[in-house]
Each structure stands twice: as C-alpha cells, then as structure tokens.
Design a protein around this ligand. Sequence first.
Ligand SMILES: NC(=O)c1ccc[n+]([C@@H]2O[C@H](COP(=O)([O-])OP(=O)(O)OC[C@H]3O[C@@H](n4cnc5c(N)ncnc54)[C@H](OP(=O)(O)O)[C@@H]3O)[C@@H](O)[C@H]2O)c1
Length: 256
Amino acid sequence: MFEGKVALVTGSSRGIGREIALRLAREGADIIVNYFRRREAAEETARDIEKLGVKAAVIRANVGEPERLGEMFDAISERFGRLDIFVSNAASGLPRSGFDLDEKVWGWTMDINARAFLLGAQRAAKLMEGRGGKIVAISSLGSRLVWPGYTAIGVSKATLEALVRYLGVEMAPQDICVNGVAASFIPTEVGLSYAGSGQEGENAPWKTTPAGRMVSAEDVAGVVAFLCGDDSFMIRGQMIIVDGGFSLTPIGSLNG
Ligand SMILES: NC(=O)c1ccc[n+]([C@@H]2O[C@H](COP(=O)([O-])OP(=O)(O)OC[C@H]3O[C@@H](n4cnc5c(N)ncnc54)[C@H](OP(=O)(O)O)[C@@H]3O)[C@@H](O)[C@H]2O)c1
C-alpha cells in the first residue's frame, strides 16, 4: 500500500511507535526512525525494518526542542527530498497531580507532546507540498478521562487533539489528511509506569475491555495504517478511539 512513500514516526525506537513503524514498513514505506535516548533500540528497529526490504534511517532528536526537530526535518529533506507520512507518536511526562505540577514539568510535557506535533506538522506539510500526505497524532484516553498523576500529559493530549481538528481543516485543501488515534492502556514501558500505583493485580480495571482483551500496540498500528491509506481520504480532523469499548463502560464494572 505504501511502496515509494517515506514515513517519519517520532519515538519509534520502542513501544507503540516501533509497531507503527514496522507496520508501515511491512506495507512498503521507507521509514525514518526517530528516538531521543536509546540509540540501540532505535538501531534494532531500523534493522528489523530493513529486513522487510525497505529503507530505514535513524535520526536522534528531542522533538521537544524546536531546533533539534528542525534539524531532523532538514536531514529528511536532504536524504529523501520528500515526506508522505508523519506520525507524531513520541511522548513524555512525569507523574504529578495538579497540586504539585511545576512549570518545568508542564513545559517539558507540553513541548514534547503538543508543540512538537504542531511544529512537526508545519515542516511535514512543506515536504508534502504538491502531492499531499497523511499526518497522524497519537493520543490517549487521558485527554478526556482523569487518571491520578496524568494531569500534564492529559492536558497536553487534549491540546494535541484540538490541533488535530484545526490542522485537519486547515491542511485539507493541500490534500493533507490530519487525524489522530487515542488508545487506552497498553503495557509498554510508559504504560506500565502509569498503571502502577494501586492498580496492579489480576482484576485491575485496565486489564480487560468489552472486547475481551487489552488493546495492543499492533491494534493501534493497524488503525494508523488505515488513516495513512486511501480508504480514509474523507476522514479529516478526527480522533479514532482504540480501546475495545473501555471508555464507554463504568470503570471496573466489567470485573465485578
Ligand atoms: N502505553 C500506553 O498505555 C499508551 C496509551 C495511550 C496512548 N499512548 C501514547 O502512545 C505513544 C507511545 O507511547 P509508548 O507507550 O509506546 O511509550 P514508550 O514505550 O515510553 O516509548 C516512547 C518513545 O518515544 C520516544 N521519546 C520519548 N521522548 C522523546 C523525545 N523528547 N523526543 C523524541 N523521542 C522521544 C522514546 O525514545 P527513547 O527510548 O530513545 O527515549 C520511545 O521511542 C505516546 O504518544 C503515548 O502517549 C500510550
């Protein structure tokens, strides 16, 4: 489906971003693997992508720093001369309630989770000029639901989702489809760090969904691939919730 296309997936060294990168690669796209701290994981992802018969480039950049983000897009422009798919997946944050959320944690979280999407989409749009493209932002149910310690991330994801709506409309005339995917809990490194406090055990509410199992990174990757394909051309500025129906049920009722 994506032969000849070039895709950037931020934060694709591990977790959900890695699965998205592999899925797009399996369907023929050349992939730019972006990471921040774990070079080895990024290089392993790139090797796994190349085994699928497409090209992979690894670029280190803290997407929360506009200068580094800009350098990454400069490098993509030089090496590939185009971009067809931009998946804004990288995210960060620290567990804090609204009582002890200081401006440093607030700024760090908003810069990486929300501003990087705006600045990245602007640069991606330039590399998509004349051909159109697909932009997908990865969000979480915490943009609307309230979880302990998730305050800054939840607010950053709400901002991200508002941007999806605005850019979805503003970029539509250039044939750039902007949409997002909001997932429920997935047991990646960061997912487990938030599910921890007092919610362990077999009956933890996030361990099931009306669909009968937890959401996986592959589930998210499949929906991202759909949003990057031709069948979703008329979907603009929308968030697709991938949670097996979790957010529609009173939390815990499934286990009672
Ligand atoms: N896990 C969940 O339960 C869940 C649920 C809903 C939505 N999500 C969303 O899904 C996305 C991926 O989450 P995940 O669970 O896969 O996280 P993860 O396992 O912690 O992976 C995060 C990825 O982002 C990269 N990254 C972190 N900070 C970065 C920065 N400043 N610049 C560039 N890359 C950076 C990491 O690279 P390094 O390792 O090199 O630092 C890593 O590749 C996030 O947007 C998250 O909010 C997750």
